[in-house]
Design a protein around this ligand. Structure first.
Ligand code: PMP
Ligand code: GLN
Length: 381
């Protein structure tokens, strides 16, 4: 693991602290989650929910996770055996890859990919087969279907898919998901889906609704579907995530998970159960608020001269630095705090082929409107 070094998020957040820059790098909100959830956590702390919870997660949370998937995505999972609570989506992804892959197996993923994917695949002794997302028509990121097909072979064990996608903000369309689903079935491959931004698909997306891969024909039985409370309820530090899928796959994930953390977050589990049951108005307000902040940041970046690419979902927008004379995103981001007092993340670190993302940087808009305004003001100079 030596060559993995330090994550870009830690490096850039440390740079923000050191320079006093506005941190639009690491994706964490600067407000707390819903008060009902915070109150439930405080109550749980005071009323004895402070020891190891059950291995798969407390029954109330597993029931709430199953209920949430039925309510929003019409997906049915048995809370007893088909749902596992994890230490964030990060642990769920790691345990799924470790549980499903043998050394030498191949994992198809889309680059730029979330950094923990490469580490999880390496820990399993597996091999990543990235398919590159490139800005195409109108800047929307897409992939070449032939490249995707060519990535599948006799050693392919898993497709690891993230939609809505970090760092590009791409939301995979039904047509794109169908291509992936057909290849999974043709090659007898499992899917592991990271859907932590499931509630952040914006109204102008090419596919303005989130579609879980598991909801496509033939996919539920081969998919481990992963999400987490961190993004949806603005509590990234709580690290409550979950995996859902057919019992035999969840058993494989659990086998690994029990030796990674065993369990976590006892007082947060009942609180997340409360949050998952919040009315539609919470979820609509959350998405609407983030969409407005996306628009605010996109306007600011455009004014500052960036080549802003469309963001259809997530906390993030990517931008081309070429119009500003930039040629190297890493260099650009390392000097941006000194030059402008703002931190962004270079996306080249999320590619196997760093040239593909060399001129792209990522900004997070999960911040208060005044913080985004201040960043935009500084970037305009
Ligand atoms: N997957 C993606 C795509 C993410 O952007 C993030 C985090 N920000 C995670 C996983 C990690 O989620 P968690 O904090 O629940 O582990
Ligand atoms: N997911 C967050 C992001 O993309 C970072 C989480 C982390 O620091 N590992 O910014």
């Amino acid at each position: 693991m030596r060559h993995f070094g330090t994550t870009i998020f830690a490096e850039m957040s440390a740079l923000a602290v050191r320079t006093g820059a506005v941190n639009l790098g690491q994706g964490f909100p600067d407000n707390d989650g819903p008060p009902e959830m915070l109150e439930a956590a405080a109550e749980a702390l005071r009323t004895g929910h402070n020891q190891y919870p059950p291995g798969p997660g407390i029954p109330a949370l597993r029931a709430a996770i199953a209920g949430h998937q039925r309510r929003f995505w019409s997906l049915e999972y048995d809370p007893d055996g088909e749902v596992l609570v994890t230490a964030g989506a990060t642990e769920a992804v790691a345990a799924a890859i470790l549980g499903l892959c043998e050394a030498g197996d191949e994992v198809v993923c889309f680059e730029p990919y979330y950094d923990s994917y490469a580490a999880s695949i390496a820990l399993a002794g597996a091999v990543r087969r990235p398919v590159t997302l490139q800005p195409a028509d109108g800047g929307r990121y897409s992939f070449d279907p032939d490249e995707l097909r060519a990535a599948f072979g006799p050693r392919t064990r898993v497709v690891l898919l993230n939609s809505p996608h970090n760092p590009t903000g791409k939301v995979f369309t039904r047509a794109e998901l169908t291509q992936i689903a057909e290849l999974c079935q043709e090659h007898g491959v499992y899917a592991v889906t990271d859907e932590v931004y499931e509630h952040l698909v914006y109204s102008d997306a090419a596919e303005p609704v989130h579609i879980p891969l598991a909801s496509l024909p033939g996919m539920r039985e081969r998919t481990v579907r992963i999400s987490s409370a961190g993004k949806t309820f603005s509590c990234t530090g709580w690290k409550i995530g979950w995996a859902s899928g057919p019992a035999e796959l969840i058993t494989a994930v659990t086998r690994v998970k029990q030796f990674l953390t065993y369990v976590n977050g006892a007082p947060f589990q009942p609180a997340v159960a409360v949050a998952l049951g919040l009315p539609d108005s919470y979820y609509d307000g959350f998405r609407g608020g983030l969409e407005a902040r996306r628009d605010q940041l996109v306007a600011g970046l455009t004014d500052a001269g960036f080549g802003v690419l469309p963001s259809e979902g997530t906390y993030f927008v990517t931008a081309d630095i070429t119009p500003l004379g930039g040629t190297d995103g890493m260099e650009f981001c390392r000097s941006l705090p000194e030059r402008s007092g703002v931190v962004a993340v270079p996306t080249e670190v999320f590619y196997d082929d760093p040239r593909a993302g060399k001129r792209l940087v990522r900004f997070a808009f999960c911040k208060r409107p005044d913080v985004i305004d201040e960043a935009a003001r500084r970037l305009r100079g």
